[in-house]
Design a protein around this ligand. Structure first.
Ligand SMILES: [Zn+2]
Length: 461
């Protein structure tokens, strides 16, 4: 840790909206892995305008040269950028527990049946709201989400305050939402205006082909062209397990990643979920395109899909981000758990305790995710000029004492129960461990009544 800080050039008399004052630690998430002691974060208009020594801020407040709408004490607190969950299906919180102890293909069969029953627009909105609540309470400020009825999902997530990236989902067949291909393309054209109308925090335009095994080459090429013309990013699943690779090989004579590359889908605005089973050629194609792989270790382990080899993927030049996947497969949306799973899995698959550093893992969960979404200029780091997407942890806990290296503590000791406050775009989403913008009990009871009472399906004697 260091006491040195970037220069802040205050006006003679500065007025800000909020000062998060005198944090024990600010985990910056910059390239150097900086952590600052005794620091205040100044916020105005939703943006961080200063990361300043607390002593200097105290002196300026006393002298009246700094005025704040609110000064919130951060003593015994740790401030860091909010997590970017770079692959999830938020509405699937309602499907938590419906498909257990199955491989990917058995899982999809069970889940698609449950979706037909529960996940119309109303269920999607209720599930997204529940998922967003779970996510922000656990320190996630941005999620790359994929689900049918994307407007309903977006409305649900934005109501909670999450920075929510979603877009139209594409299949070669009608899918649970029963839209034709032409209707999906129309939705894609209308998407930026529809998102803007919900009034949420700034997000990129996104197109979401489900996977190469559910979208043929002609359709993928059409979406790549549309993404190029509209500036949209693309998010899709690829190479989650061997059976998926085998199916793509059987149907199209190639691997999922080669197919995406051949259709023009892979570029720096592309995030593929999973990417567990990649050969040398797949990895070099992803690296050359500067596409990101959203690693979802919890889902991959639970479905026994396989183990991503972190050091080899990084040595190939692939940008790695972290995700939880949806609650049907990984059962929760906890990025602290995802960090620890990723770090553990990297070591287990390599028999090397130095396979990945804590700084690398925390950056994958924050800054790398922001870059993958094209939001690296805005979120993922605590620095002046970035949006105030911040989370605050209570470090006054037995499992965080002593707190030597903050990055190590975040990966190996901290958990979602430590998250006290969450700001998205400078607005409170969580304060004192309670959601600020929705009635938590109302969100939970809406979810329970949508899945049917009681929500506990069976109790074995
Ligand atoms: Zn997924």
């Amino acid at each position: 840790m260091t006491d040195a800080l970037g220069a802040h050039q205050p006006a003679a008399r500065e007025r800000v909206d909020l000062i998060c004052h005198d944090a024990d630690v600010v985990v910056v998430c910059d390239d150097a892995g900086t952590a600052l002691r005794g620091t205040s974060v100044l916020i105005t208009g939703g943006m961080i305008v200063g990361v300043v020594p607390a002593a200097e801020v105290s002196a300026r407040l006393a002298a009246g040269t700094l005025i704040a709408g609110e000064v919130r004490s951060m003593r015994r607190r740790l401030i860091m950028p909010g997590f970017v969950n770079s692959h999830t299906h938020l509405p699937m919180t309602l499907l938590r527990g419906v498909a257990e102890d199955l491989d990917l293909q058995g899982f999809l069969t069970r889940v698609w049946a449950a979706e037909a029953e529960l996940m119309g627009p109303a269920g999607t909105r209720i599930g997204a709201r529940l998922g967003a609540l779970e996510a922000v309470r656990a320190g996630t400020t941005t999620a790359l989400d994929m689900y049918f009825h994307p407007i309903a999902a977006h409305e649900g997530a934005v109501a909670v305050g999450l920075r929510h990236v979603i877009g139209p989902v594409f299949f070669d067949f009608p899918g649970p939402d029963n839209l034709t291909w032409a209707e999906r393309i129309t939705l894609a054209h209308e998407w930026p205006a529809a998102v803007a109308a919900t009034g949420g925090a700034a997000v990129p335009h996104a197109l979401m082909p489900h996977a190469p095994f559910t979208n043929g080459p002609a359709r993928l090429a059409e979406l790549a062209e549309l993404a190029g013309a509209t500036g949209a990013m693309i998010h899709t699943h690829a190479s989650e397990n061997d059976a998926e690779n085998d199916q793509t090989q059987r149907d199209f004579g190639t691997s999922p990643v080669r197919m995406l590359a051949g259709c023009g889908v892979l570029d720096r605005r592309c995030v593929i979920a999973h990417g567990v089973r990649l050969d040398d050629v797949d990895r070099s194609l992803l690296a050359a395109a500067d596409a990101a792989v959203a690693h979802c270790p919890g889902s991959n382990m639970k479905l026994a899909s396989g183990a991503l080899h972190w050091p080899r993927w990084r040595e190939s030049g692939i940008r790695l981000t972290l995700g939880t996947d949806g609650c049907a497969s990984s059962n929760d949306l906890d990025m602290f758990t995802a960090m620890r799973q990723a770090a553990s899995l990297a070591r287990l698959t390599t028999a090397d305790p130095a396979a990945v550093s804590a700084v690398d893992i925390v950056r994958a969960a924050t800054r790398e995710g922001a870059h993958a979404l094209g939001l690296g200029h805005l979120i993922g780091m605590v620095a002046a000029g970035m949006a105030a997407d911040l989370i605050v942890l209570d470090r006054d806990a037995p499992h965080l004492t002593p707190l030597r290296d903050p990055y190590t503590a975040l990966v190996w000791s901290a958990g979602r129960g430590d998250v006290v406050d969450v700001l998205v775009d400078g607005r409170w989403a969580v304060r004192d461990r309670v959601a600020s913008r929705v009635d938590e009990q109302e969100v939970l009871s809406a979810a329970r009544s949508h899945v049917g009472q009681p929500d506990i399906a069976s109790v074995r004697p």
